[in-house]
Structure formats: structure tokens, C-alpha cells
Design a protein around this ligand. Structure first.
Ligand code: SF4
Length: 189
């Protein structure tokens, strides 16, 4: 795993598309039990090099019901975004994760984590990639159907503060889905 992680940290495959240059941000361990697959680092995380070190990360840890200590213990939780490097800004926020990244690195990483019991899929890029045809037409429908993807996958929306309108419109998520997610995570870690 260490060899693979240092190979990833030296990756420059889509260098010409990255406005701030390559800086892959990923954590994983051969004993990881949960894998969290998010989108791509933002500028703050690009600077600090610490994944989910932002308001989205704080919200995510609340949803999962775990401390920073557990969240950043790679032997429990691997943090693997769909794109490991900051992809740049588009008209309506950050650009999508670089499409080269997941096909190149996810399989090798997951093959070195034989103890994974749950993969949490955050946002539509991760959900479409991992659920394929089983993903519903919208993120809302996919999250609503979360039970059909268990025990392997748990799809959730992005915990970004920008998603507060979605959360306000879909109160069932925090009322009914989050308690199930918390329990599943607590049972594993
Ligand atoms: S986004 Fe992924 S594929 Fe592109 S340079 Fe970074 S690690 Fe390599």
C-alpha cells in the first residue's frame, strides 16, 4: 500500500488540466474498513493537504457520528475522492473531478484493502461511477433508494454548506437516513 500511495503522490497524468498543479490528496491503509469516495479537493484542502479539512468535512463527520480522530485514522477509514487533485473552477463552482483519476487509481487502491465493509458514495460522480445502471436518474432518488445498495454501498449527498437548500427540501434524509448511516458506521468502526 505504501508503495502504491507514493506512486499516486507522484502522479502527473492530467497535469496540463490542473490550474494549481498536481497535488493528489488521498488516504488509505491495508486495514481500512470504510471507504469514503467524495468528489475532489477544493482550494483549501489543496493548500493544507488534509482531506475534508473544511466545513463540508465537519458536516460529514457529524453525519457519520464520528470524531476527527476516527475519521483521520486510515486503518479505519480511507478517504478516496473521484479526483485526487484540485480540478479548477468552472462557471458554477469547482469543475468535476478529473475523469482520468478514478479509472487509473481506484481499483489498485481497493484491491489492497481486503477488509472494506462499506463504501460511502458522496455525490453523483461517485454514485454514477460505482452504481452504474443501478443509480437512479437523480441524486435524490438514488439517496432515497439507499437500502437497495446496502450492505456494500451507501449513497449520500455532498455535505457542502451549499447543499443546505437540498437538505431543507428533503428533511427525510437527516431524519431517517442519517441515523441508519451512523449505526452502520458505528457497527464497523
Ligand atoms: S487528478 Fe489523479 S490522475 Fe490527475 S494528476 Fe492528480 S492523481 Fe494523477
Amino acid at each position: 500500500m505504501q508503495k502504491l500511495l507514493s506512486e499516486i503522490r507522484g502522479c502527473k497524468v492530467c497535469k496540463e488540466h490542473l490550474p494549481l498543479g498536481p497535488r493528489p490528496i488521498v488516504t488509505a491503509h491495508q486495514n481500512s474498513k470504510i471507504v469514503i469516495i467524495g468528489q475532489a479537493p477544493g482550494t483549501k484542502v489543496h493548500k493544507t493537504g488534509v482531506p475534508w479539512d473544511d466545513p463540508s468535512g465537519e458536516q460529514l463527520r457529524k453525519w457519520l457520528g464520528i470524531s476527527d480522530e476516527v475519521f483521520y485514522d486510515a486503518s479505519k477509514i480511507a478517504l478516496i475522492p473521484m479526483g485526487f487533485c484540485y480540478p479548477g473552477k468552472g462557471k458554477s463552482g469547482d469543475l468535476p473531478p478529473r475523469p482520468e483519476c478514478a479509472p487509473l487509481w481506484h481499483k489498485p487502491l481497493l484491491s489492497k484493502m481486503p477488509n472494506v465493509e462499506l463504501v460511502i458514495l458522496i455525490g453523483r460522480y461517485a454514485q454514477n461511477y460505482y452504481l452504474g445502471k443501478a443509480a437512479k436518474k437523480t441524486l435524490t432518488e438514488t439517496v432515497k433508494a439507499y437500502k437497495s445498495y446496502l450492505p456494500d454501498y451507501f449513497p449520500i449527498p455532498h455535505p457542502s454548506p451549499r447543499n443546505r437548500f437540498w437538505l431543507a427540501k428533503n428533511p427525510w434524509f437527516e431524519e431517517r437516513v442519517i441515523p441508519v448511516l451512523k449505526k452502520r458506521v458505528a457497527d464497523i468502526v
